[in-house]
Write a protein of this length. Structure first.
Length: 263
């Protein structure tokens, strides 16, 4: 606590009525990356004591829901659920409260209880961030945004690579309000992809037509995929190399010959 009392953001939080210094982290993240817009619906996972909920409500003005194992004291205009985000019944309750259409933003500033063993704490942080990502994938709307705290370490790059596949734009960001000695960093994903495929997925397809740019055009589960350097009548194995909101790009991994096209 002595360190907190000497901390600028600790004093500012007390002065401005926020429940934790972490409130300023979300303010800085949003100022830089525009995660929460006016009217957005927001779910905050691991929300206690409620500092991010206060900021989310101020920024959005819309539906804001906080979830935590601990009881969250009342915040005007904010709904809360006391529950474990690793339990299926909790996600069902979240969906009941927020609706089947999903939410615009999912936040998670939660951290594991620190043991002092860095390898163990880093692993637990990755597990928590992975759970948050899986929850976000179930409740985010298309084009929704996601922010989660992660401890840096040898597992961070793998987490980053996996998380990036679910959003159009991603970055890792450390707000000024994070303490200089802290290993925490925030993964930010913008424009959630609800495509039925991901980067690295492979499919066997038949090229029936070319687009105006000369690429092959195929539909995979009603999702448009542009395939480079193919001709009509080819059967090929493709690998997805990039996914956008409404279409994807693929390279040919293997030519499987020709097929007969109908006249």
């Amino acid at each position: 606590m002595a360190r907190d009392r000497r901390d600028y953001y600790y004093h500012q939080a007390k002065k401005e009525g926020y429940r934790s210094r972490a409130s300023f982290k979300l303010m800085q993240i949003n100022e830089k990356h525009k995660i929460i817009k006016r009217g957005d619906s927001v779910v905050d996972l691991g929300a206690a004591p409620g500092g991010w909920l206060q900021v989310a409500k101020k920024l959005s003005g819309g539906k804001v829901l906080g979830v935590d194992l601990q009881k969250i004291d009342y915040i005007e205009g904010v709904e809360t659920i006391q529950g474990d985000i690793n339990i299926e019944s909790t996600i069902k309750t979240i969906i009941q409260v927020t609706g089947l259409k999903g939410v615009d933003v999912v936040l998670c500033d939660a951290a594991p209880n620190l043991s002092g063993n860095w390898s163990y704490d880093h692993t637990r942080s990755i597990e928590l961030a992975t759970s948050a990502l899986e929850y976000a994938k179930r409740i985010l709307k298309q084009k929704g945004n996601f922010v989660v705290k992660v401890f840096q370490g040898d597992m961070f790059n793998d987490y980053l690579q996996n998380a990036r596949e679910n959003f159009v734009r991603t970055t890792a960001y450390s707000p000024k309000a994070s303490r200089s000695q802290s290993a925490e960093i925030y993964f930010i994903g913008k424009e959630f992809l609800t495509a039925p495929l991901h980067k690295g997925d492979e499919f066997v397809v038949e090229i029936n037509k070319l687009g105006s740019g000369g690429d092959g055009v195929v539909l995979i589960e009603k999702f448009i995929v542009f395939v480079k350097e193919v001709e009509v009548g080819e059967k090929v194995r493709i690998s997805i190399i990039d996914v956008k909101l409404n279409f994807a790009f693929a390279d040919v991994k293997e030519s499987l010959g020709k097929f007969e096209t109908s006249e």
